[in-house]
Structures are given as C-alpha cells and as structure tokens.
Design a protein around this ligand. Structure first.
Ligand code: ARG
Length: 579
C-alpha cells in the first residue's frame, strides 16, 4: 500500500537529515498519473519542508532539492531519485510496487484498502453530527433538498469509513404557519383516504389549495392563525392532527430515502425546540444581549463594531420566535444530548448568512464549541424537471432516473439476462444523479441534464457502474483461475503500472475530501481509475493468456474493482455486479 512506500522514503530522508521520519510524511505525495506517460511515483515538496521548518526557508529551492537529492541513495525499494525545481521525485521498485499494492486483495474482498492509512492518524476522530436533507412537511422537496441529502450522506459515509462516530440527523421543517393553514384547510380540502394512499402528494395539494383560499378569504386566514395558536398551546386535537401529518411524512420519506441508500439516526425538527427557543431569548435578555429594533422585534447585535449595523432577529414583535431562534435552541440541545466534537450543517449557500449569524450568537452566549460547527454550502441546480414537469417530490426524480435508465438499458442485450433490471436501472440512475452533482465544487451552480448524466461514455455515474459491472463479470467468468498467489513480475507493463500508481493516491484523495468535505476529489479519482481500467482491459486480456499471466491480471482487475466499489459506496452509490 501507499503507506509502505511513503514510510520507506520518509525513513531515508530522516536518516539523511538526521530528523524523525514523521516530519517528511506531510511533504510526500503520490504523483498524479498522466495518460500513458511514464511518471515517477512520489514527490517531495521542498516548500512544505521549508514551511514546517525542516529546511531553512532562505535560499534557492532548486539548489535545496538538488543538494538533498544528492545525499539520498537508491536502494532495493527506491530505484531512482531525481531533483526538479522545488521537488524531489522518487521511483520505487516496479516489482515491489505491484506486490505491495495488490497484497490486500488476495483473500476475501478487502473493503478497507486505503482507510487505515497513516495519513488519518492525525485526525481527531470524535463524534461528528451531520445534519442533512431536512425537508419541510407539506412543502416541495426541491433540488436543494436532494443535494443536501446526497452531500450529507457522503460526508457521513466518509467520516464513518475513517473511524469517526457519526450521528446522522434530519431536521424537519415541521413547525410554523404552514401547519396553521394545513390544520385549518384540511377539513375543507383534505381527505383521510387520499392521505393514506399518497401522503406527500395529498398534503402538498391541500397546502396549495388552502394557501389560495386564504389569499382572498379572511375567515380562512383567521382559522389558520387560530389553529396555529392552538398548536402552540398544545391543544390535543390540533396536536394530534399535526402529529399524524408528521408521522405519515416521516414514514414516506423513510421509504424513499431507502431507495437512495440514505438513513438517519434521528428525525428531529423545528417543532422540538419551541420551548427551548423561548429560553434562548431569555438567556439573551439576561446577558444583556437582546435589543429591541425600531419595529419592536428582539434582535442581537452581530456587527463587529457593536453599532447595530448588522443584527440578527430572534423574536417577532408579537413575542413569537423565528427559524434562527429554534436553530439556536436545537444546537444547544444537540450539544447537551450528544456532546459532539463537531457539527456539520448541509444546506444551499443561500443560508450561509443564517449559519454565520447562528454561530455568532452561539459564541456570544458563551458556547465556544460554535467554532467546531460548520456550514457546508452548495450551489443551485437549474432545470431539474421530469417529463411530466416541475419536480415536487424526491420520488419523482428517482422514478425518472430509473425509467430513463431502463429505457437506455433496453437497447442492450445483457439487460435480458438480468434478474431485476428495474433494480439495476435504479442503482445506475442514482449513481448518475450523484456523479453529476459531485463532479464540480459544491459551491458552484450547475445545470441539470438528464441526457448528459445518463451517458455510458464520458465522466458519468453510468460509466462508473459500467466499469464495475464489467470487472465483476470478468472475475465471474474466470472463477477458479485466480488464486492466493500471483507473480508480480507478470504485471510490469506500463498499462498495469499506471493503474497501480493511480491507486497510490487513494488515501491522499480521501484525506483531501475529509479536509474540505468536497466529494469532487474522490469522484474524479474514480473516473480516472475507470479510464485506466478500460485501457488495461483492452491491453491485458485474461482470456487466451497462460494460467500465470491470467492469474496476475485477474489480481490487478479485482484490486481495481474493489477500490472502485469502496469509493462508490462512500459516495453513496451501490455498485451493481451486472448491467
Ligand atoms: N428546512 C430547511 C429548509 O428547507 C433546512 C433546514 C436546515 N437546517 C437547519 N438547522 N436550519 O430550508
């Protein structure tokens, strides 16, 4: 594995400079492969050594790298050492590279490849609470909620794979005036039968109708206000209707999340924090932090100069609390209940200011752990619609992805041999959605494009699945040929070496994603892996090769397939074995 080589090179450097080998690890990285060009395996950054004080920061980097390179000797592990501008390149022994990289794939499928890397030793692996998805009951599930769902799931999967204790939380929009309207309008527009049959659809319809009605009918509006007041005062009839809406919605969401392979440990929501929100207002008041604005609202000064040039409203003039007040209470409650070491909120970038204010007020209240809360913002998706129009429900997107994929698959003959083509189409369709979403920086907006994301060629989720299925089929067809032993000297072709060089980077890529919480590093790594595997597949046939060569090649392909599958799972994709 990559660690083995990094250690060896670091030890060599440590001896040359009479320092602990550990100081060199952060300066060493695997060199990204480029097409078919032969490249060295690792590079050492002189600048990193300068900034960590290992090398003097004065002087010429070129000279420093040459001088250091001259002091290093080749050995049985490191075959070649050369100095470039500000870097030293290392090429490791080819046979050893093959042997070490493919060692883990001998016995059972190894799903831990790269995950136990020493790169992760410095991480503080405590409890991470990740809050994601968080749709609003009776309202639309828009593209932003889909993004939050898959991004949050990725972050939770990644942290979990690296050994963090992860708590997955869904914070539902389950409180507010929309329930006044729903409660008041359900008698007129609602139907228990329809609610049971198609809960999300029906609640949404009722909500739309009540809104329309209340816009011109003051009695309806008044009834909505009354109903919401009854709810806030915990009157049992109102509460039980609300509860029914909430339970039905959660059940329904759970069913759909399952299709996405997403789950939550906790379904929380705004409704849990009405009382806490009032308490927060009192705490702010007793600390002298609550000011009254011109309109009579309760606000906290969040300006740097204390001149009220920016404020955060926490209470309406009528004394009721707001979205942010409930978030304040929720954060404090979570800290008390779960004692997290870090908390991550995943929402669209439109809420960046909301979270800045949230963290600001938490700090003002003396909660220094607010520094360990983070908002992961993402950009807008344009044009997410289905054949039947605008997307209102998550399920519509999943169905459309599945149906379109099923249609594409019906063109291919292998579909007929599948046990459950619908299930395969579903998994491949979802992986297309995920890869399209994760390819770029999360912060960027992007245009939703069914045709492009479902292409089998090019950088898509379909291509990932296709490559995985192809590798599985190769291994299936050659069952009995592979074995525990293989001869590394039969895998020295450039096409095979380049795959292994690429695998050297896997732990670094995971590390990078764990630092900036961006899935693009992992996605692009896997796409590249698939391209390299496609070349290897062409140039290194198994069929028709001698038993030894076939064995060695199968080991290469099963290693690549296993890393691919592991990476896909972290992204939230379920790899398919056939397609
Ligand atoms: N329900 C909110 C919305 O749909 C998202 C909640 C985000 N999380 C939070 N703690 N405020 O916009």
């Amino acid at each position: 594995m990559a660690c083995f080589f990094r250690r060896k090179i670091a030890a060599k450097l440590g001896r040359a400079l009479q320092q602990s080998e550990d100081v060199f690890i952060p300066a060493l990285s695997a060199v990204p492969v480029f097409r078919k060009q032969q490249s060295p395996d690792f590079k050492l950054s002189i600048n990193t050594l300068r900034s960590s004080g290992v090398l003097p920061s004065s002087g010429d980097t070129q000279e420093q790298s040459e001088e250091l390179a001259n002091r290093l000797k080749q050995d049985s592990v490191v075959e070649d050492i050369s100095a470039g501008n500000g870097v030293i390149h290392f090429k490791v022994n080819r046979k050893l590279l093959v042997e070490k990289m493919l060692e883990p794939f001998g016995k059972e499928d190894d799903h831990t490849f790269g995950l136990n890397s020493e790169l992760f030793k410095t991480l503080k692996k405590g409890t991470t609470l990740v809050e994601y998805s968080s749709p609003n009951i009776a309202k639309k599930f828009h593209a932003g909620h889909l993004r939050s769902t898959i991004i949050g799931n990725f972050i939770a999967n990644l942290k979990q794979s690296l050994g963090y204790n992860v708590i997955r939380m869904n914070y539902l929009g389950d409180w507010g005036m929309q329930f006044g309207l729903l409660g008041a309008g359900f008698g007129t527009f609602g139907c228990q039968e329809k609610l049971k049959q198609n809960p999300l659809q029906h609640l949404f319809e009722v909500y739309v109708q009540v809104n329309k009605e209340a816009a011109h009918n003051e009695d309806m509006m008044q009834a909505a206000r009354d109903f919401f007041r009854q709810l806030e005062q915990h009157e049992s009839e109102a509460v039980s209707l609300w509860q029914q809406f909430r339970e039905i919605t959660v059940d329904e969401y759970q069913r759909v999340y399952k299709r996405l392979n997403v789950h939550f440990d906790i379904y929380s929501g705004e409704s849990f924090h009405q009382h806490g929100a009032q308490e927060v207002v009192q705490q702010l008041q007793s600390r002298g932090l609550l000011k009254t604005s011109e309109t009579g609202a309760g606000v906290v000064d969040t300006s740097t100069d204390g001149d009220m040039s920016s404020v955060c409203a926490v209470q309406r003039a009528d004394g009721t609390t707001l979205y942010i007040t409930r978030d304040l209470a929720a954060a404090i409650d979570r800290k008390e209940k779960y004692n997290f070491d870090e908390m991550i909120y995943v929402t669209d970038k439109g809420q960046a200011n909301h979270f800045n204010q949230l963290f600001h007020v938490l700090r003002a209240l003396g909660h220094s752990w607010a520094d360990r809360c983070e908002h992961v913002p993402f950009g807008l998706v344009r044009g997410m619609s289905t054949r039947s129009g605008e997307v209102v429900f998550l399920e519509d997107v999943l169905n459309e992805a599945r149906n379109r994929m099923l249609h594409n698959m019906s063109q291919s003959k292998t579909t007929k041999e599948m046990d459950d083509p619908e299930d395969t189409a579903e998994k491949v369709g979802i992986s297309a959605l995920i890869v399209q979403d994760f390819k770029g920086p999360l912060h960027s907006d992007y245009k939703f494009d069914w045709d492009r994301m479902l292409q089998a060629q090019g950088d898509t989720g379909v291509f990932l699945q296709y490559t995985h299925a192809r590798l599985c089929s190769l291994i299936r067809r050659n069952e009995g040929v592979g074995g525990f032993i293989f001869d590394p000297s039969l895998l020295l072709e450039p096409t095979s070496i380049i795959v292994l060089q690429h695998l050297l980077r896997y732990d670094e890529v995971l590390y990078q994603s764990s630092q900036d919480l961006q899935p693009k590093h992992l996605v692009n790594f896997l796409l590249k892996l698939c391209h390299l595997v496609a070349s290897a597949h062409r140039e290194l046939p198994v069929k028709g090769s001698s038993q030894e060569v076939a064995q060695a090649r199968l080991r290469l392909f099963s290693g690549a397939g296993s890393v691919l599958a592991g990476g896909m799972r972290i992204l939230g994709i379920t790899p398919v074995d056939k397609m």
